[in-house]
Write a protein that binds this ligand. Structure first.
Ligand SMILES: C[S@@+](CC[C@H](N)C(=O)[O-])C[C@H]1O[C@@H](n2cnc3c(N)ncnc32)[C@H](O)[C@@H]1O
Length: 235
């Protein structure tokens, strides 16, 4: 796995959380996994790459829906937790875990019909890395492939109250020593559009965690990799 010092620190932050908190969001699938599965089914998708899979609550669900899933996370503790329960699930034969950094993936070009990522891309900390992450998603998707991704939205009332008025700010301290990107609609569109056609963009809410009883606001995007324009989308 190729990883810089700052992201290695983020990986360690997550490993510590998984070691101390275990199944942080429970084992039921996220709301975005249901949306992604419906979208992928309508397109006849077979191979799905999940980026930032944690302990596999969505990867297991997607495998159980019949997709062949490769689920990636850079936290060793996340994957240890994943392997402690998910391999016993029905989708076990359709699910592989891989330790890698989503900003610089060790995966072949055009290898997947679809990419899914939930509550992860804002963790790359800088806009430059987010741009690289979308370039990587574009690279590993086959032409005509689809990505369903969610990431933090500054309209989240709790975060706005804690960290500012929301809207235009980007890098904030979410927990002490833990920085994430809060991007407005316009900022996100500016980063995504050079890589993808935006098919849908809506807001989704999900409880912050099993122990934090408030709704986190997320951008949910459906993105299409076109088949023309040298691999970029064609209109
Ligand atoms: C907020 S958790 C969400 C986990 C999972 N998607 C879920 O909803 O249950 C974000 C996950 O992304 C992983 N992650 C963050 N940045 C990553 C990167 N650059 N490469 C690979 N995994 C990353 C973290 O280790 C963590 O497991």
């Amino acid at each position: 796995m190729r990883i810089d010092k700052e992201l290695a620190e983020v990986a360690e932050f997550w490993s510590t959380r998984y070691r101390t908190e275990g199944f942080i969001w429970g084992t039921a699938p996220s709301p975005c996994a249901y949306k992604a599965a419906t979208c992928f089914m309508s397109q006849g998708v077979e191979r799905v790459l999940e980026l930032g899979c944690g302990y596999g609550r969505d990867a297991v669900y997607l495998a159980n829906q019949g997709f062949d899933v490769t689920a990636v996370d850079f936290s060793a503790a996340a994957l240890a937790l994943a392997n402690s329960w998910t391999m016993r699930g029905d989708g076990a034969g359709r699910l592989d875990y891989l330790r890698d950094n989503l900003v610089d993936l060790d995966l072949a070009e055009s290898a997947y019909d679809a990419v899914f990522s939930h509550r992860t891309l804002h963790l790359v900390v800088s806009r430059e890395r987010l741009n690289k992450a979308f370039a990587e998603i574009h690279r590993v998707l086959k032409p005509g492939g689809t990505a369903c991704v969610s990431l933090r939205n500054p309209r989240d009332p709790t975060q706005a109250k804690t960290h500012g008025s929301g809207g235009e700010y980007s890098e904030v301290s979410f927990r002490p020593g833990h920085r994430i990107l809060f991007l407005s609609d316009a900022e996100l569109t500016e980063i995504v559009e050079p890589h993808f056609s935006i098919v849908a963009h809506e807001e989704v809410q999900e409880r912050e965690s099993r122990t934090q009883n408030y709704e986190a606001a997320l951008h949910f995007l459906v993105l299409s990799k076109g088949t023309g324009n040298g691999g970029r989308f064609a209109e």
